[in-house]
Design a protein around this ligand. Structure first.
Ligand SMILES: Cc1ncc(COP(=O)(O)O)c(C=O)c1O
Length: 368
């Protein structure tokens, strides 16, 4: 039996008629760029995230960048995040003119180690971007406390955490703003590129709405230099349909993670993910750790089981970020995890039988 890493086609079949009619409605009303379907989704997504406002944009990368720009962060400023994330988190910082400053991660949750934060805060620091990696929120209370002490913004990178919770509060709703990606493979994925910013600040939401639409207050009246970072109508309509299913899909992922945890529990050489006491983890990625990662991945590939690595090269040692002056050894926990992470197949429609096949092949590998 082959097991894909992700299977968007199977999910599409379960919602095909809803999607087709939603797309038809967009075509019938020709509301292609922004417009009522995006506005409807924004209201629904804000409510889902327990936030006052949601603003749809073109991607998760846009969401991060536009938020930094609208908070006035730019040249000469520093923004703290972790090097254990998709490059977009750091790119957004660089692209608004600021400098990314990294801190190492906690070895249990793989998220920002708040104990290290104060050590990198300088007079230039303007914001902290905790990344809720793999679908588990970072420990937000201490991060917010430190941010308040130093007068910093907190922007949650919730691009992998749609519906995840921190002490009962939805990821994205805790800091000044939460940024989401609706890249097709995400727990809530569009049928193309899309993203959103959620916030409780009316002022920030209004500024981002203007910014994403060329700084327009009304057609052809521009009050600021902005950009075209709008969400398109088809994506708004697809996301409204899919949002109704998100909680059930997240529960299916949680069930799958529990089964993996149970079945992998007796393999000493595999470390399964830990859900922190404060968290509801929604398993965008189910990452195990093992010292035999590369050989195990090849062995599973031979059996047609597809896995991923998130992420093989930490940002501080990527060629593009050499200019920041970090090197091997700068962030030991991130570097160790990057050599050991292996993301197993994970999606809501993954069956118990498929999980059993994956685990059987992992056991076979370690028994060899
Ligand atoms: C943690 C994180 N941040 C940012 C992004 C960027 O989102 P997008 O691909 O929608 O631009 C992603 C998506 O891959 C992500 O996983």
């Amino acid at each position: 039996m082959s097991v894909p890493f992700l299977d968007l086609k199977t999910q599409y079949k379960t919602i095909q008629s809803e999607i087709t009619s939603a797309l038809q409605n967009v075509s019938d009303s020709a509301a292609f760029a922004g417009g009522p379907f995006v506005e409807k989704f924004e209201k629904e997504f804000a409510s889902f995230c327990q936030s006052e406002f949601a603003v749809g944009v073109g991607s998760g990368t846009d969401a991060l960048w536009v938020t930094l720009m609208c908070l006035g962060i730019g040249k000469g400023d520093e923004v703290i995040t972790t090097p254990n994330t998709f490059i977009a988190t750091a790119e957004a910082i660089t692209f608004c003119g600021a400098k990314p400053m990294f801190v190492d991660i906690d070895e249990q949750t793989y998220n920002m180690d708040f104990e290290l934060l104060k050590g990198v805060i300088t007079t230039k620091t303007k914001a902290i971007i905790p990344v809720h990696l793999f679908g588990q929120p970072a420990d937000m209370d201490p991060i917010i406390k430190i941010a308040q002490e130093y007068g910093l913004f907190v922007i949650e990178d919730a691009c992998q955490a749609h519906g995840a919770e921190y002490k009962g509060r939805r990821a994205g709703s805790i800091g000044h703003a939460g940024c989401f990606s609706f890249y097709p493979g995400k727990n809530l994925g569009a049928y193309g590129e899309a993203g959103a910013v959620v916030t409780n600040s009316a002022e920030l939401a209004e500024k981002i709405k203007r910014f994403r639409d060329h700084g327009q207050v009304k057609k052809y009246f521009h009050s600021m230099i902005g950009w075209n970072a709008r969400m398109d109508g088809f994506q708004g309509a697809v996301l409204s349909v899919k949002l109704k299913h998100l909680s059930a899909w997240n529960e299916a992922r949680i069930k799958n993670a529990k089964l993996y945890n149970e079945l992998l529990a007796d393999i000493d050489k595999v470390k399964t993910p830990i859900e922190a006491d404060y968290a509801k983890h929604i398993y965008h990625i189910y990452a195990i750790r093992t010292k035999n990662r590369n050989a195990l991945m090849s062995s599973l590939a031979e059996k047609n089981i597809s896995c991923g690595i998130h992420y093989p090269i930490p940002l501080h040692i990527q060629e593009v970020y050499r200019f920041l002056g970090y090197g091997l050894g700068s962030f030991p926990v991130v570097e160790k995890c990057a050599e050991e992470f292996l993301s197993l197949p994970m999606f809501p429609e993954l069956t118990g039988d498929q999980i059993k096949v994956v685990v059987k092949e992992i056991k076979y590998f370690f028994a060899k």
